[in-house]
Design a protein around this ligand. Sequence first.
Ligand SMILES: [Zn+2]
Length: 176
Amino acid sequence: MSVAEKPRRAVAGLEASAARSAETTPSGAEVSTRPRRPFLLDFFPLEGESDTRLARFYDRLRAGRLSTTRCPNDGEVHWPPRVACPRCHGEALEWIDLPEQGTVYAFSAVLGGAPLGMESDVPYVVGLVDLDGIALRLFGRIEGTTWDRLTIGHRVRVEAYDIGDGRKFYRFRATG
Ligand SMILES: [Zn+2]
């Protein structure tokens, strides 16, 4: 692809997204849909089987389980989940549930410049969380308290939530 093609492709993506937000059913009835984020500015991944080989992560998240992959050859636990082990390149990975509790390692308040679709959430908190009993430090939104009340060491739990268009993602909720 040449550099000159990129802007045209981006514009085409915006138009396609706008068209999808005004769909009608075969009978002509108007479907009420939220405005879709332009694909290139969409913060969240596509979650379906036809979009990603990691669809099982989102299937499990819909069932309330935060999970990841582990390599049965060398026991390596990956985050984020993988389709191949970065150590041995094996693709026969197994899925494991992750601990639901953790501790805030570091955090920051987003007071401006939020990504598209999150403008009305400002101020909000993002942070790094050490999960209990496993050497994984996850990044994510932290809900359940305000940025000026949160502290390093605060206890949190993982929760799945609907981002507003049927897709699910994970975040943390302060419990301490
Ligand atoms: Zn491996």
